[in-house]
Design a protein around this ligand. Sequence first.
Ligand code: 3PY
Ligand code: MG
Length: 264
Amino acid sequence: MTGATTIDGFAKRIRSGEGGLISAWIGIPDPLFVNHLAQEAFDAVVLDMQHGVWDIGSAAVGIGQGRLAGKPVLARIPLGDFASASRLLDAGASGIIAPMINSVSEAKAFAKATKYLPLGERSWGPTLAMNHTGLSATKYLATANEQTVAIAMIETRAALDAADEIMRVDGIDGIFVGPSDLSIALSDGANVAPDTAQVDGVLKHLIARCRAHGKFACVFGSNGERAGELLKMGFDFVIAGADTQQLRSGAATAIAAARRVQAS
Ligand code: 3PY
Ligand code: MG
């Protein structure tokens, strides 16, 4: 780890270009999972509300558990659910990841829900966020657009075509590439193969476009080794596998160790 993670310094850190950030990814909707995983040397925690099974109440408590452990918590919202984006920021999320942002108009709708005027039209009501940050209403209003990040997922052919325009939208702070959906798109539905040379070519192109637009680049890595490759490729923020995979591989490793010793 190259820099200190403070919760409300996270947005500055991911924008800074220092790179090398690794985040947990949690779909199991129990705030205590956040408490446990946040003890590890992750730079952040993402709650996956698109394919994971969090509801807004458990996510709000999960954000608090991450903060208790000193970690910024981001949330991936369900498809097109920009109302939840505002509510999660109100609950103290450090950033929102929106899946399948395929056009400038979708990017603008996302920015509108996550940024206060003049960038967007986020509505006022950050009661939990003010509790967590200790900021007054005036100070929260003045700093929230900078201290939280809106991240648009690029994972379809339409999004690839519109990537430059999406990155130019004021209020979109960075992108997050979904290599599984991207691989389905690139193969016209023939297969899901996120770790191929074809996908890598697109990932490198998107990193270069982010650099050109002064935006940061995030990506999902299916395990630790893949996450390391993606950091080397130049991504600023990576996932090193989901909670379910880490839980099962930890269990499989323990069982294999027990059987190995039993048989020795
Ligand atoms: C994808 O790879 O499509 C994602 O959305 C990451 O989970
Ligand atoms: Mg996806």
